[in-house]
Design a protein around this ligand. Structure first.
Ligand code: NAP
Length: 244
């Protein structure tokens, strides 16, 4: 039997890309799923697909840049399912462009979503996980969390911060049998690059295939499926050709 059968996983940024693929992968493994994003119509469609797999789902509009939204989502999830076993902190937005050309309001929003959203959600789920002495928190970092490059200074800064947060959080909660895993995707084919407002998309035209969202979903599933006594701390998944 799949170790995920009957568990409850909350996935942020579940409407598209990596979050959507991960929600489906975990549902296929028997987990009930709480879906969070701001595009309610996309979440509702995904919720139907997940229910058709024979598990239950809860789709809720939640803007992770707002702490109150995160707290309310966790409350609703606990009311509906009684527990949250797994948090996938995946919601994220990007920015590419030179600092000198950047718009502070856009950067502030990226910091709120990519960094504060991870903190708000972790803070909201931890009390119930600590009470049950069990849980998994998977934070989605990036290759930009370990390598930096021009035009990605602030995006990279948010992901370096998520990496530092993940390391420190692990040492805070490991005594409660809660595992914290950072997964760093390399270039993955999702609508992510559509949100880049300046500097254009960094997608390579000549290097060959980039990852599919399912490749990252597979890595998440792999990490969650380790025996409870095994904590996979960090996993970086790149297309084979990708240097950085
Ligand atoms: P994506 O397809 O653009 O999906 C991003 C998700 O985040 C969407 O579901 C979006 O939903 C959600 N989101 C954005 N703002 C939100 C907010 N304020 N509140 C709640 N949800 C919000 O991007 P992706 O490629 O799957 O990215 C997922 C994660 O992987 C991100 O953290 C990204 O930094 C990371 N990553 C991606 C790549 C890549 O090459 N694609 C590489 C490294 C790391 P709504 O628009 O419906 O709110």
């Amino acid at each position: 039997m799949s170790p995920l059968k009957g568990k409850v996983a909350l996935v942020t940024g579940a409407s598209k890309g990596i979050g959507r693929a991960s929600a489906l992968r975990l549902a296929e493994a028997g987990a009930n799923i709480v879906l969070c994003a701001t595009s309610v119509d996309l979440l509702d469609m995904l919720s139907k697909d997940i229910d058709a797999l024979g598990v239950e789902s809860l789709a809720e509009r939640c803007d992770v840049s707002r702490s109150l939204d995160c707290e309310e989502l966790v409350e609703k999830s606990l009311e509906r399912f009684g527990r949250i076993d797994i948090l996938i902190n995946n919601a994220g937005i990007g920015f590419s462009g030179k600092i000198v050309d950047s718009e502070p309001t856009e950067i502030e929003q990226m910091v709120k979503v990519n960094l504060l959203g991870v903190y708000y959600m972790a803070r909201a789920v931890l009390p119930s996980m600590m009470e049950r002495e069990n849980g998994d928190i998977i934070n989605i970092g990036s290759v930009a969390a370990i390598k930096y490059s021009p035009n990605f200074a602030m995006y990279s800064a948010t992901k370096f911060a998520v990496r530092a947060f993940s390391e420190a959080l692990r040492s805070e909660v490991q005594g409660h049998n809660i595992r914290v895993t950072l997964i760093n995707p390399g270039m993955t084919k999702t609508p992510f690059f559509d949100s880049f407002t300046q500097g254009g998309s960094p997608l390579p035209l000549d290097k060959g295939e980039i990852l599919k969202p399912e490749d990252i979903a597979h890595a998440i599933h792999f990490a969650l499926n380790r025996p409870q006594g095994v904590s996979l701390n960090e996993l970086t998944v790149r297309p084979t050709w990708q240097e950085r």
